[in-house]
Design a protein around this ligand. Structure first.
Ligand code: MN
Ligand code: MN
Length: 271
């Protein structure tokens, strides 16, 4: 039992983990992300001094981790989609813990069925807009391209991107937005927030598969997340790419758990 697991049994927000990292191109290990976040959620306070609100007053529950097959990503994505669909059908908000970034596609496929006009807010160091990666259409490096295939070219806005290919660069420039710009773009449309933790500087969160220097500080990220969650009609979200074993100091998992806490509180406070 962790602070997250100890949550109410029938909450408005449903956490669930996707321990999957089969397409990791550099350093695997994000399959251990959801478990590590739960375990260290013991170690952090439930109260947020930034939002002046306590996790204990938020209506959420933790459904634990999915059991996912490795290798071919298709069956894993199908299981993630099914779990997200169950949560959405019950009128709740799915909050997915990765796993590598590809897992988001499963949740977004489910959300797109419930909300055909879904908008995606993508926080990441990397564009993830390749059409294929070494011949693979389904990869952490192509995941946002697959979301755009599904929902259309104007369905995505990005924050934090600082690494892309020459081919991706023009698209990245067009999608880069501030939270305020995203607020006026999305209006009251349903939004899905996908947060790749490597948006943070590697000095803040070294425990990730593809660290990218020049990133955000912790307070910058939480400020952005809180403003997005407060402003937008969030119908689903995820926090992905924590690879806890790549940080022997064990700080990254605490950073990730605090990001999750601030998101839960921002959502729960709103409800
Ligand atoms: Mn990513
Ligand atoms: Mn990334």
């Amino acid at each position: 039992m962790s602070a997250f697991m100890a949550s109410k049994h029938d909450g408005a927000i449903c956490l669930f983990g996707a321990p999957f990292d089969s397409t990791a191109s550099f350093r695997p290990g994000s399959r251990f992300g959801p478990g590590a976040i739960r375990e260290v959620s013991y170690a952090i306070e439930t109260f947020s001094p930034v939002q002046l609100f306590d996790l204990e007053d938020c209506s959420f529950m933790d459904r634990g981790d999915l059991e996912l097959p490795f290798g071919d990503p298709n069956p894993a994505l199908a299981r993630i989609e099914e779990a997200a669909h169950d949560i959405l059908s019950a009128g709740k908000i799915p909050f997915l813990l990765g796993g590598e970034h590809l897992v988001s596609l499963g949740a977004i496929r489910a959300a797109a069925k419930s909300y055909p006009d879904l908008k995606i807010i993508h926080l990441d160091a990397h564009a993830d807009l390749r059409d294929d990666y070494l011949g693979m259409k389904l990869s952490h490096a192509t995941v946002v391209r697959r979301m755009m295939d599904l929902l259309g070219p104007d369905s995505v806005r990005q924050i934090g991107i600082r690494s892309c290919t020459r081919e991706e660069h023009e698209t990245v420039t067009g999608l880069r937005s501030s939270p305020e710009q995203i607020g006026s773009w999305a209006g009251t449309k349903p939004c899905y927030l996908t947060c790749d933790l490597d948006i943070l500087d590697p000095s803040v969160l070294p425990g990730t598969g593809t660290p990218e220097p020049g990133g955000l500080m912790f307070n910058q990220l939480t400020e952005i997340l809180i403003s997005l969650v407060t402003m937008l009609r969030i119908v689903g979200l995820d926090v992905v790419e924590l690879a806890p074993q790549l940080d022997p100091a064990g700080v990254s998992e605490i950073v990730a758990a605090k990001v999750v806490r601030e998101c839960l509180i921002a959502l729960g406070k709103r409800a």
